[in-house]
Design a protein around this ligand. Sequence first.
Ligand code: AMP
Length: 466
Amino acid sequence: MKFADLGLSDELLQSVLDAGYDTPTAIQAQAIPSVLMMRDIIGIAQTGTGKTASFVLPMIDILAHGRRRALMPRSLILEPTRELAAQVAENFEKYGKNHDLKMALLIGGVQMGDQVKALQDGVDVLIATPGRLMDLFERGKIMLNGCSLLVIDEADRMLDMGFIPDIETICSKLPPNRQTLLFSATMPPVIKKLADKFLSNPKYIEVARPASNNSNIAQHKIHVSTRGKREALRHLLRTDNVSTAIIFANRKTTVRELAKSLQQSGFSAGEIHGDMDQNARNAELQKFKDGAISILVASDVAARGLDVKGVSHVFNYDTPWHPDDYVHRIGRTGRAGASGRAFTFVTSEDAEAIANVEKLTGMSIPVFTLEGAEAAPAAREDAAPRESGRRERAPRGEKAPRKERAPKAAAAEPVVEREEAPVREARAPRIQRDEPRPPKDVLTELPSKPGEWNGPVPGFLSVSAL
Ligand code: AMP
């Protein structure tokens, strides 16, 4: 199967070819013809499968005909994080270069003025995070009744971040006869319910999960003590042919401390986590993409879905508390046909977490035994009494194995900072959102601060001709 067989226009095929692709991925081959035939789609696919182009490409051809109107975007793509929204915008720029389409990026952390102006001029494609979209909608700056195509991307991630109520509200404001495309790496009951409510006779497409089925990723777990982790990591970084690596930790403090310690050990490391402002996150990510640093220590929220080419290694410095995060983390390597290696550190306290990962991925992750003098004592420490320092305990609301969540102890525990508080049920309280919604009077007077982030590609923030 070639892209030319999918029913896309010649102009679009040319830009796909210019981007270096001639063979569609599985999700693209299955989704593109159906989207062009205006069907609703449920795509069970995660980043790394080429899913972005599976909706961006047909959307460009669908939107090629029609007229823009002020304040009434013709299509809407909802993304859980600003970084993912920016990545989708990059895709539109790349593939839409031969089309006269305009897009706007509506994300938190940037001033609203340019975004409102973009909407007033009329856009074909609006890419938004739910919080910022709701703010503008509630202030009457945007009308959604002209929006005939909706994409809900990374729906399970939206659920984790507490966005489902916002998405339901947004769906109810769009015309009922619109086309809806929903993508999710997993299909928890809340997402299934959302799909049942807002999609009409969808085509269900499921593609292989890179985590469990991507043979390009060699996965290993390493038994190690909490105290021995840093040494084990340094050992692997030095000996496992690492060219570029993303190292995931469960807490922001760990991300910060680990990045610092790696730098002190002479590694070219940076960090990305939710406490950094958008400017700093973008700068660090760019350094990693440009090769100025070869190691990025990251938290889940900051790094979810990021598409960085040629990452040779993923390290789970902490076993993720939620198995979905494992899938997303290791999907940063072994992308688009390349091979990669993923190592997961497992302490004696991670037994339940790693068992959940193995249940989800349907495989027993092979044990990797560290060789070398530095690593061996670290692994043996597992049998030693627990160190007296700060215990790795999950703070309130965190994804932790149930046994760690004794209600009384949790209440007495100081709230340790965390990247996000995942919410597994639609009605659970939202703990942290991508862009906290300030009160309306603050919004109207949102200052234009010099140096405020202006997006990964500044042109995105105002309407740009594609
Ligand atoms: P995504 O799953 O959308 O995050 O895409 C993952 C990566 O696959 C991106 O770097 C895309 O540029 C790349 N990609 C998209 N379509 C194709 C294709 N047909 N063949 C090879 N790589 C692709």
